[in-house]
Design a protein around this ligand. Structure first.
Ligand code: FES
Ligand code: FES
Length: 188
């Protein structure tokens, strides 16, 4: 996702708005509301890491290129949280990589990255997995081309992308099988 697309996804339009230096921001992160008084120019990624203490979301380029800071906004819209002010997420819902595993059981996307050796140093992995999850929610049965295109805004400097693509293919199969077995799981 480009920076412009990212901003469009957020519906951002601050033209003509006088923003104070310190603002009180409340964001539901992984189902829990976090409220803090923060500088109005604090980026969402710093709110997540430093105010909410969730350091699974990484910072790489800080300029919308690498995708390591990707989180899901209001359900399954992937956004690069380094290109968004925390105040822009006020009252909204954010999901980070920490939301994936439940009760110590890995999410199918996490399990697939593990099984397929889709990570090496792991730095890009949280963003890759959140982008992959959004892709699979949009398109439960993606082709290899769809996967490569869907992950094109996320960079990996370690492994190359073949094992990452295989991981997303495995996750697609596992998630389709579980929603076929339990149709209500598709709405989770
Ligand atoms: S740190 Fe956000 S895209 Fe690189
Ligand atoms: S696993 Fe190291 S950057 Fe992707």
């Amino acid at each position: 996702m480009t920076k412009t697309q990212n901003m469009e996804a957020l519906g951002a339009d601050f033209a003509g708005i006088d923003v104070p230096n310190i603002v009180t921001v409340s964001i539901r992160i992984n189902g829990k509301v976090v409220t803090r008084a923060v500088p109005s120019r604090m980026l969402l990624v710093h709110f997540i890491r430093e105010e909410a203490g969730l350091t699974g979301t990484h910072v790489g380029c800080d300029s919308s290129s690498c995708g390591v800071c990707t989180v899901l906004l209001d359900g399954s819209t992937p956004v690069k949280s380094c290109t968004m002010f925390a105040v822009m997420a006020h009252g909204r819902d954010v999901k980070t990589v920490e939301s994936l595993a439940v009760g110590g059981t890995l999410h199918p996307v996490q399990q697939a990255f593990w099984d397929q050796h889709g990570l090496q140093c792991g730095y890009c992995t949280p963003g890759m997995m959140m982008t992959a999850l959004a892709l699979l929610e949009r398109n439960p049965n993606p082709s290899e081309h769809d996967i490569r295109e869907g992950l094109s805004g996320n960079l990996c400097r370690c492994t190359g992308y073949n094992n990452i693509v295989k991981a997303v293919q495995q996750a697609a199969g596992a998630m389709s099988a579980s929603s076929a077995a339990d149709p209500s799981a598709a709405d989770d």
